[in-house]
Design a protein around this ligand. Sequence first.
Ligand code: PMP
Length: 405
Amino acid sequence: MMAFDVEAVRAQFPILSRQVNGKPLVYLDSAASAQKPRAVIDAMTAVMESSYSNVHRGLHTLANETTDAYEAARKSIARFVNAGENEIVFTKGGTEAVNLVASGLGATIKPGDEIVLTVMEHHANIVPWHFLRERLGAVLKFVPVLEDGQLDLAALPGLLTERTRMVAVTQMSNVLGTINPIAEIARIAHAAGAQVLVDGCQGVVHQPVDVKALDVDFYVFSGHKLYGPTGIGVLYGKSQALAALPPYQGGGEMIGEVRLEAITYADPPHRFEAGTPPIIEAIGLGAAVEWLNGIDRKAAAEHEARLYARVREGLRGANWLRVIGEAPGKGAIMAFTVDGAHAHDVAQILDRYGVAVRAGTHCAEPLMRRFGLTASARASFALYNTEGEADAFVDALTRTQAFFA
Ligand code: PMP
């Protein structure tokens, strides 16, 4: 097989050639937000320069062109995850997509109905469900996380009852990089009569996703982590699952008919897209997935795994380093602490060397607490990172530790 040509990929990301603090930028914060290839930047600029208008409401040429581009983006995204076009709802991000489903489910939640989550969820897949607990008396249950960062899946069947309405789980932890067996979880949850929502914000970035093969009811992801723009996210819902969900927000474009005494709603996906949608952002995300279609995703994932292994090898014997939860087959995200140094200080010193990492709770407080931490640093790798950058990170981290020693 041909080697993954990281330099050719990298050359398409204008920002990666900049310097930070007089050093070449080493961007290891892609799990928070990924950089954008020229194809995305150009697609967004092109629509503003040559055919921009509001969508779905004009009979003029620009309105038709922009509507076609917006709906073409939906088609591209549907193909990308093997969904039907009408099963793809545009939202403003991953967070809004989870809120849309949780609030819709809330319409039929009775006190004592149960939602099963996991301890490794991002707050975006915890807080909307807490709303159902606070407002409607839903009961939240959590699949525990084992010391090596895997879910304790043996505990899942025991958490499911005839009252379980939803099992909501991340495909890939944004902190540990753990990849969860979604098809298996969906099978267990469905056998108990529960629906399944998958937080694919990280998962969709690092592996091809087929929502039909996973057999999940809902799958959410965000544009900005998938080499697309901010302000756009995606909710996939099985057509019957979307049809059963009440509207999220009310306004233009989501209605069938509006009368003074009553209203009817449009069919999904438009039922869930009230008001002017993020048009340019949707077109940008469409360009991002088309760009990804031109990448050998398997080779990219192997490349990322090689970078992670190289960093771990470079840091072998570093007895001042604690890496949290290294589950087998995990993605290229390293959550770590340095003895004697606060994670925020580690991130700030690394920045002096041009290395961008994140520090804090990573919007996953229950997971941090599980590992007895209030904060960690996190280095996350993307397909545009190089072996040279992996080495630069090892070198900068070693110097950072020496600064505190
Ligand atoms: N879930 C996970 C696993 C994430 O990593 C993130 C982003 N940090 C989100 C949800 C939230 O997505 P968004 O930023 O698109 O709202």
